[in-house]
Design a binder for this molecule. Structure first.
Ligand code: PMP
Length: 303
């Protein structure tokens, strides 16, 4: 699905996608030592804008800090990040909304598994903004694979190697006829999906696992929490039991590539009345609007 548009950013310049490859002996390839983010680009004629770009940059920096990829922050300030993002989008001139995947790779061939001081290389590519989950009512299955805990590979670092965990869960869910998987932690508490955060609504309260529940600190999760609070919805971040999903009035997920998407079934049990609920639908509309224009929060940057 993520087929790059023809021109990509690689190292310090734009090249053809076919020329942008990492060596087979780099730590990025051998150990999954890359961190990444994906941000959305809204296209309106010749005008293009990105959503919460500074937050994506910051999360990339934080991922590098956690992993110990210390050369990225030294070489890439926010201004350079925005300039490169603008350049790769302009080089492809997308005519419709797109996603940009930005990765920081350890591109040295290191004997043994080390990272500090290693050379890093930045790549960026643009691809069509196709959602990764159904948008009008998805069916989820609890995974038998547990979420990798913070004391093994931290979820708040968006590190490529950790996504093997997501692939295992998502593939099992698809093989079983579901759209995606729900990860639980070692104690059976709800974490997130393979690549999206999860919310439930019960008695008009919006509930989501807090950031210390082995989840990615999703940028759209934060966005929805802000929008909901502004709309007067009571918002609670806390530990969530699996059975709470079974008795929720609504369940929905958030993510750059997932959007704000309703869940109509969890483990064979109908969620609420089995159709997308009003809180999800209202937040979905609000979210779609702020992705395009957002004078109130300053989340949208022209690129
Ligand atoms: N959790 C995981 C594991 C993810 O990969 C993603 C997608 N980046 C999310 C949550 C949602 O994060 P965001 O809203 O920043 O896209």
């Amino acid at each position: 699905m993520a087929i790059p548009h023809p021109h990509v950013y690689f190292g310090d310049r734009i090249v053809d996608a076919a020329q942008a490859s990492l060596g087979i002996a780099t730590s990025a390839v051998l150990y999954g030592l890359s961190v990444y983010t994906v941000f959305p680009v809204h296209v309106d004629g010749s005008a293009r804008s990105a959503f919460r770009l500074r937050d994506h940059y910051r999360r990339l920096v934080e991922s590098c800090r956690i992993i110990g990829m210390d050369t990225f922050e030294a070489d890439w300030d926010y201004g350079r990040f925005v300039a490169a993002a603008t350049e790769v989008v302009a080089a492809n001139g997308p005519e419709a909304d797109a996603f940009v995947r930005v990765s920081v790779h350890v591109d040295e061939s290191i004997p043994g598994t080390r990272v500090r001081g290693c050379h890093t290389l930045v790549s960026m590519f643009v691809y069509d903004a196709v959602p990764i989950v159904p948008q009008h009512g998805m069916r989820l299955k609890t995974s038998t694979w547990r979420r990798i805990p913070d004391d093994a590979i931290p979820s708040r670092a968006k590190v490529n190697g950790a996504y093997v965990n997501s692939v295992l869960a998502k593939q099992d869910a698809i093989d079983a006829g579901y759209d995606d998987a729900i990860f639980l932690d070692g104690n059976g508490h709800v974490c997130e999906l393979s690549a999206a955060n999860i919310f439930l609504v019960r008695d008009d309260t919006l509930i989501t696992p807090d950031v210390s529940c082995d989840i990615l600190d999703g940028i759209n999760r934060r966005t929805v929490l802000t929008l909901a609070a502004e709309d007067g919805i009571e918002v609670v971040e806390r530990t969530v039991d699996l059975t709470e999903l079974y008795i929720a009035d609504e369940v929905f997920v958030t993510g750059t590539s997932a959007g704000v998407a309703p869940v109509v079934e969890v483990d064979g049990r109908r969620v609420g009345s089995g159709v997308p609920g009003p809180v999800c639908e209202a937040l979905r509309k609000r979210h779609a609007a702020v992705l395009r224009a957002d004078p109130a929060h300053g989340w949208v940057t022209a690129i």
